[in-house]
Every structure is written in C-alpha cells, then in structure tokens.
Design a protein around this ligand. Structure first.
Ligand code: SPD
Length: 289
C-alpha cells in the first residue's frame, strides 16, 4: 500500500505512481464515499466533479463512471468476439464487475467464472457502483474469492477465453505479470482458446509492455496487442495483450447481434480491427520484444 500518501490537495485527487514518474493525473473530487483497507490493499471511492464515481486501489484509478465503458467493452468483446464460440469463460481480477457485465452479453457463454482475490472490492462495487457491478447478477456467473495463480492450478484444459482484468504490477496484481502465471493461463485453456490481459500503456510503460509481450510470444503461437482510449488512465491509453492457441485475434469471428448493438458505446467491428493498428514506435517495440 505504498502509493496512497498525501494525494488529495485543495479538493483534487492526484494519481502519483513510481510506474509513471514525473507525471500525475488529477481529478477534482466532491466527496470521499469510501476509504478503507482490505487485507490486500487500500480501497477508496470518490464522488468526482465531472467523472462520476471513481474507484481507486492503492492510490491508482481503476475506473470512473464516465469512461469505464471503453475499457470494459474492449477487455470483454475483443477476446470474446475473436473466439468462434466462447462457452466457458474466466475473468481473473475485475472485482468491480464491469468486464463481467460486458461478457454476460454473449449468449454463447454457459459458465462465466470470476476469480478475484479481494472480496471487499466486489462488496464495495455492488454497493456504490451498481451499474458496473450488475455483471454479478447474471445467473451464469460463479464467484471465486481466490488467488488467480492457485485457481488456475486447479483448472487445467477448462476455458475457451480467459480475461485478466488486473490492476498494475505493483501490489496484488504483481504476480499476474510474470511468466509462471502465463504458463498457468496457457494450461487452463482448451485447444483453440485465448487469453486477453490488461496490457498497460505503450506510451509510458514500455518496459512492462515489452516484457509482457515477450512472455506471451514465448508461449502462444498467435499474439497481438490492442490499444484502447481511456481518459482516466495514465497517458489516456491502455492496452490489451492477447495470446491464442491458433485462433485469429485481430478481427471478430462473429457478427455483433442486434440485441447487443444497442448497449455498446465503444466496441464495433471496425474498432476491433482498428485497435490493433499501432503507431510505428509501438509496432517496433512489440516486434523487438
Ligand atoms: N493504471 C490502472 C490500470 C487499471 C486497469 N484495471 C482496471 C480494472 C477495471 N475493471
């Protein structure tokens, strides 16, 4: 819990983190709704002036009501539309429920497991962020309050799609950026399965992105990196690092059903494809990883 000190000044929350030294994203807050410590991390929830409610873990912004749709739609729909028929799906992390909410729009899914280490994040999200946490209400969802690494050990050859909706690689999320974790993810996939993980920013986390992508390259025959615009994340962009056991990733393999279209604000067939078109420096970084 190293990043929570002295971040609110004159009504402004500033996100200060050693992973992006020398810069801070500031958001004007009106009220602190929750400030508590779980066994894993500091959990804060603020009412902001212009971004709705904002969830902060260990001093780092996880979501705001205003722009969470961008991240959650892409984290769920890019991998789930890449797969031809995702019947059994696992979300690791994602205790706010946003990725579940989007995943649950896929009628092909029969079992939707979520493995989150910190049950307090789920409880607080259900209480204060009902429009995000509504993903937990779907009857196909099964919640496991567990360490993702241990959970994967017990589920070999089980999932069509695994989505790792993690925080940054400091604190509880650290182990989710290591090679042993990716080896376990691969073992937990069925043939033709794929994994999609929160992949940080190509602008400001080049070392992390490069290391993560080299792990994925060493384990998966098909891999790709997509970019999402999210104003409340550092630098305004965040990536998805994807690896598959043979399935193509950079375009949807199914049409978006009409019933789902009306709920989507960010994801589309064109956005799916365009998210993989990266600037030259990012392409070079990934090629050299
Ligand atoms: N730098 C913050 C990255 C946070 C990514 N995870 C967000 C979780 C939202 N479900």
């Amino acid at each position: 819990m190293a990043h929570t000190g002295n971040q609110i000044m004159n009504g402004w929350f500033s996100e200060i983190c050693p992973m992006w030294p020398g810069m801070a994203l500031s958001v004007e807050i009106e009220k602190t709704l929750v400030s508590t410590a779980s066994p894993y991390q500091q959990i804060d929830l603020y009412q902001t002036r212009s971004y709705g409610k904002m969830l902060v873990l260990d001093g780092i912004i996880q979501l705001t009501e205003r722009d969470e749709f961008a991240y959650h739609e892409m984290m769920a729909h890019v991998p789930l539309f890449a797969h031809p028929c995702p019947e059994r799906v696992l979300v690791i992390g994602g205790g706010d429920g946003g990725t579940l909410r989007e995943a649950a729009r896929h009628k092909e899914i029969r079992i939707l497991d979520i493995c989150e280490i910190d049950g307090m994040v789920i409880d607080i999200s259900k209480q204060y962020l009902p429009e995000v946490a509504c993903g937990f209400d779907d009857p196909r969802v099964c919640v496991h309050i567990r360490d993702g690494n241990l959970f994967l050990d017990e589920h070999p050859d089980t999932y069509d799609v695994i989505i790792v909706d993690s925080s940054d690689p400091i604190g509880p999320g650290e182990a989710l950026f290591e090679k042993p974790f990716y080896e376990k993810l691969k073992r937990a996939l069925k043939p033709g399965g794929l994994v999609a993980a929160q992949g940080e920013s190509v602008f400001i986390h080049q070392e992390t992105v490069s290391r993560l992508f080299s792990i994925v390259k060493s384990l998966f025959d098909t891999r790709a990196y997509a970019s999402i615009t999210v104003p409340s994340y550092p630098g305004g962009t965040i990536g998805i690092c994807l690896g598959s056991l043979g399935v193509a990733l950079t375009q949807p393999s199914r049409t978006i059903p009409d019933a789902m279209q009306k709920h989507l604000k960010y994801y589309s067939e064109q956005v799916h494809k365009a998210a993989f078109a990266l600037p030259r420096f990012a392409k070079t970084l990934l090629e050299q990883s």
